[in-house]
Unconditional design. Sequence first.
Length: 334
Amino acid sequence: MLSYSKLLTIPPTFPRKSVIMLVLLKFILLGMLAYFAWDSYLEFGSSRKCLRLAELTGTIDNIDEALSMSVRMAAVTGDKKWEERYRNSEPKLNNAIKEALAVGKVLGMSTAVAKVNAANSKLLAMEDRAFDLIHAGQGKAAYSLLSSAEYESEKNVYRKGIDQISEQINVFVNRKDDASYLKSCLLVAFVLLALPALIVSMIVIFVMIKRYEIELRKSECRFRELSEVSNAWIWELDSKMRFTYSNHMIRKFLGYHPSEIIGKTPADLVTPSKVLIFMPIINGAMDNPKPFLEPKRELSHKDGTSRTMRVNGIPLYDHNDEFNGYRGICHDIT
């Protein structure tokens, strides 16, 4: 990093490349922050889905136990209220499994949820057969069906599916936690590295721009001071060929006060008979800027008389190399 004393030894040019690099650094910093913000938003969405799947898994397990208990109580007691309870809870279970399938597909856990869904379909089918036996007055046969090895086998498949979902949720959460921790460390490291560099760069560029402005003002003052003690008429034009500056010698040469010609064009100082001839010259100087020398140019004095001038001029450019007008000098050779 440059010291302040070394920084002051750098020629006072406008730090265009440094400004561009600073802007790019800002965009990179903002881009990284935007990326981490968007990634955090996506992580938040995944976490919400994972939490919802865990909630659905608990709901599915609880409703399944309630259904199993209801159908067994119906088989033992023959009371219809247990079937009513069963029929009221069954749609809730189906809806919960359906939603779990959708959420599990997004999180990559659809296999375990599908296993639970397949086992649930077989259990519901056997429980429907049990209710048919109950309706036929065969409560013992219904209870035997619900206690059979086939029913218990599907129950085991069902429970393993539930346990598998829980395990996958835990793995998902742990993986997300590790990834979030790593990304947080990377973000902190990036900010700790980029922010000081950004601050130092801004300070360096600020100093360079200030020096550039000071040198410009000094140069401008030197030019004005020299022009005011010159015995020649010194002038400046903008890109539209309008006078922006004139020293005091115009009063001696053409009788105008310097402020009187500010905003006018050279065509306003040409003798009326030469205006139409002079306009193409002005337009050409605007379209194709280049240094010029006119050994003789007839200009009109304020009193109407004619003066012969020798005119020199050079084009001016701004820091973007765009045409910015002319600066020139005139001598009266009348």
